[in-house]
Write a protein that binds this ligand. Structure first.
Ligand SMILES: *Cc1c(COP(=O)(O)O)cnc(C)c1O
Length: 409
């Protein structure tokens, strides 16, 4: 008899985005004449930039020519891409990361989920609340948790509430975890962690032999000086932190697919007898066994992001989204809302008025302003009473959506 992985039965049904879809459909079916503006899902809207597209095309052409055709590439990525990442994304900023520490993949979603596999199931995982749902769901799938309680918390996970009171940076947990997921700039709250705050976490991880799983998917959206773009800007982080980066939001690769994981040689975790082992070695073992590399044209396109012209172009796209964010912040503040984020991240985290619930606010904004956002409670219980707007949208839609929201009673 074939048996299932019963951990999957513990998962709550993917509730948030299907429920948003259901409510939007119900509304549009009943009101076919209304123009609904969607600012809910965190997907980019701007196309690949010319330099990136040119390299992508060149890669495709090479594949059609016997002299330049390539079959299987190195599973961990071509050296040309790993080298340019190490030099341009790290060494140019004074961070000593080598090409050897970079493992290229088809996405940070996959990487943040799959990384769990090289860590034993006796590890206790700490996760922020609210949070990008992938960290919690993959922790459940891997068998590190118990059942989900009625408050939405799985037993066995250490939840770290991120609230207005702590500036959306979690306090050090009372119960000691082994693995700690952090994401800054943050999705969904749009907030960032200062150097001091990240130093606190790195020191904690060093003292307690924890590993920090640092998701830096929104690093390119930092506009203020002094905010760390990489966990490795913090002294000692190479011994305790894995960093995940993606071309998805940075360069519009959500449909093209390319990302990378950084695992320094110094990063160790332990066997039952307390012997230290290289995590990079285990991750490479997994990656080379279960993955066969990102396609060559995609890696060519990703490398072009780091060319001088590529950098200039992707910066302009990021600035376009961040100008959307500025307009949204200012309009929502002018309309009397308390807003967070949107300065160093493409998300605006809005507090609803008069303690309205996230879903009630969703319905009000949908039916009265015909704008779709994301209820904060969908990212975790501490998100209740908040609402996320995404700056990944077209400018004219942003302006119109804000005009409509200003007119709400
Ligand atoms: C969008 C996003 C990613 C990127 O995922 P990909 O699989 O690389 O597209 C990673 N982490 C967070 C928090 C995100 O919002």
């Amino acid at each position: 008899m074939a048996l299932i992985n019963e951990n999957y039965l513990k998962l709550k049904a993917g509730y948030l985005f299907p429920e948003i879809g259901r409510r939007v459909k119900e509304f549009t079916d009943a009101n076919p004449d209304k123009k609904v503006i969607r600012m809910g899902i965190g997907d980019v809207t701007q196309p690949l930039t010319p330099t990136v597209l040119k390299a992508f095309h060149e890669g495709v052409e090479e594949m059609g020519n016997a002299a330049t055709f390539r079959g299987y590439g190195p599973e961990q990525g071509y050296d040309f891409l790993r080298e340019v990442i190490a030099t341009k994304a790290y060494q140019a900023n004074g961070i000593d990361i080598k090409a050897d520490d970079i493992i290229v993949s088809d996405g940070s979603k996959c990487d943040t989920g799959n990384i769990q596999e090289v860590f034993g199931n006796d590890n206790k995982i700490a996760i922020c609340d609210p949070v990008y749902p992938v960290y919690a769901d993959t922790t459940v799938m891997s068998g590190k948790t118990g059942e989900c309680a009625t408050n939405g918390y799985y037993s066995g996970i250490v939840y770290m509430p991120c609230t207005e009171a702590n500036g959306f940076i979690p306090e050090l947990p009372a119960e000691r975890p082994d693995l700690i997921f952090l994401c800054y700039p943050n999705n969904p709250t749009g907030t960032v962690a200062s150097k001091e705050e990240l130093t606190k976490w790195v020191n904690y991880a060093r003292e307690n032999k924890c590993v920090i799983l640092f998701d830096a998917a929104y690093e390119a959206f930092i506009t203020e000086p002094g905010i760390p773009r990489s966990i490795y800007e913090i002294e000692g982080a190479k011994e305790v932190a894995i960093e995940f980066r993606s071309f998805s939001k940075t360069a519009g690769f959500t449909g093209t697919r390319c990302a990378f994981t950084v695992i320094p040689e110094e990063l160790k975790a332990y066997d039952k007898d307390g012997n230290a082992h290289s995590i990079k070695k285990l991750w490479l073992r997994r990656h080379t066994t279960k993955f066969n590399g990102v396609s060559y044209p995609v890696q060519k396109a990703a490398a072009a992001v780091y060319s001088e012209a590529g950098q200039k172009e992707v910066k302009e796209v990021v600035e376009y989204y961040m100008e959307n964010a500025r307009i949204m912040r200012e309009s929502l503040s002018a309309a009397g809302y308390t807003v967070f984020g949107g300065v160093n991240a493409p998300y605006i985290w809005v507090k609803t008025k008069s303690n309205m619930s996230s879903w009630d606010f969703f319905d009000k904004v949908l039916t009265e302003a015909n704008v779709v956002g994301t209820p904060g409670s969908g990212f975790g219980p501490a998100g209740e009473g908040y609402f996320r707007f995404s700056a990944f949208a077209d400018r004219e839609n942003v302006i119109e959506a804000m005009e409509r929201i200003k007119k709400l009673s």
